[in-house]
Ligand binder design. Structure first.
Ligand SMILES: *Cc1c(COP(=O)(O)O)cnc(C)c1O
Length: 382
């Protein structure tokens, strides 16, 4: 394994225009400082408690356990303020922006979840916020556009390329290059150039740290398996990191239509980092078509690519049908309507064969209210 800074094996790195190199070094330095700064960590912890509602519960899912044939616990990130784990990261990065003495944050968003989480953190901490969103996504997710505007953010339509997430990231990177003196770019997952994959993972590891403590308390033992859905991979890394050095197996569940690690992905470079991407024979990114918007990214965080190569984690994908079935199952059997993204993790659980002694921790990354109109429109519940 290579031990170059900012790499996980051969993946990661910092493939950016020269103008961004110095700002990334500055960010790395600032992040290193706050990572060990007691004042910063205390302030973040307090906000996670009083504003986000942490610690989130760990829930023993009895009916689901019976169906799966093992003991299943759900880490309830769906109960975070704004409805998913994304706020753990945006709050950390927006707080860091204040430390950098910058007054403006920008973000990219696909379905709008990360945009809403960034706008929320910016409203709370009094920073200007602009969010790049593909025109096509703005149409599909009109309610999240209203949410962001209510929170004081400006949503900028992206009309290049396929007018979706990948293009929104390109535009946000362009803005950042031009305005880096005043602006921090809040990336929404464990992707992008170093130090983003490391920093976002660290802001999300609260998921696994809490779950480990909670599970040890009720079960007196570690999980045998951890399962999470993988879009860019931040909720999965957030859960896995706490158990990295334990004898615990990891399963990452991708969506059919965006199966980068469990399907046809190949090694390449996009958005400033080296990883696996869905691409054609010329290295051009191919369109994705995942049923859950949050999983609809043609690449995956570099540490996941490393986990795949070193066999630390097994990656699989589930079909839209399996995901929707799991969505219904969890609603009916446990009284929890999950995000369609999180339903992929539950579908991954239900697709495996388990032993009675298995103790499985599933990350329920978000709640499903946001998906209902899409589900009605697509008619997938019939
Ligand atoms: C954005 C999102 C995801 C996917 O992002 P990761 O970085 O892979 O975690 C998963 N679940 C929910 C609810 C989301 O909003």
């Amino acid at each position: 394994m290579s031990c170059k800074i900012g790499y996980f094996g051969e993946f990661g790195g910092r493939f950016v225009p020269e103008t961004l190199f110095a700002p990334l070094l500055e960010l790395e330095e600032a992040y290193r400082e706050v990572a060990s700064d007691e004042g910063f960590q205390k302030e973040l912890k307090e906000l996670l408690k009083s504003f986000v509602g942490r610690p989130t519960p760990l829930f023993y899912a009895e009916s689901l356990s019976q169906m799966a044939g093992c003991r299943v616990y759900l880490k309830r990130e769906d109960l975070c303020h704004t409805g998913s784990h994304k706020i753990n990261n945006t709050l950390g990065q927006v707080l860091l922006t204040k430390r950098l003495d910058k007054r403006r944050v920008i973000a990219e968003t696909g379905a709008g979840q990360h945009g809403v989480a960034t706008a929320t953190a910016a409203a709370l901490l009094g920073l200007e916020c602009e969010v790049y969103m593909g025109e096509e996504d703005m149409r599909r997710q009109a309610i999240n556009v209203v949410r962001m505007e209510l929170l004081g953010a400006r949503v900028i339509p992206v009309i290049s390329g396929s007018r979706t997430l990948k293009d929104a990231i390109n535009e946000a990177l362009r803005d950042w290059v031009a305005n880096v003196d005043t602006t921090h770019y809040v990336i929404g997952s464990v992707v992008g150039p170093h130090p983003f994959p490391t920093m976002v993972r660290d802001f999300q590891r609260v998921i696994g740290d809490e779950a480990k403590e909670q599970l040890l308390k009720v079960e007196g033992r570690l999980p045998t398996h951890c399962i999470a859905c993988v879009g860019g991979g931040s909720n999965a890394m957030g859960l896995f990191t706490a158990f990295r050095d334990d004898p615990c197996r990891f399963i990452g569940v991708e969506a059919k239509g965006a199966e980068t690690l469990s399907g046809n992905g190949e090694i390449g470079v996009l958005h400033g980092f080296k990883s696996y991407f869905l691409q054609d024979e010329w290295g051009q990114i191919t369109p994705t078509d995942a049923i859950a918007a949050g999983l609809d990214y043609p690449g995956v965080g570099p540490e996941h690519a490393f986990f795949k190569e070193t066999l630390r984690c097994t990656y699989r994908h589930v079909s839209p049908k399996e995901a929707v079935e799991a969505f219904r199952t969890l609603a009916k059997a446990e009284g929890i309507i999950p995000a369609l993204e999180s339903a992929h993790a539950v579908a991954g659980l239900l697709a495996e064969r388990w032993n009675e002694q298995d103790l499985v921790l599933v990350c329920l990354s978000g709640r499903g209210d946001k998906d209902l109109s899409e589900i009605i429109e697509k008619g997938v519940l019939q």
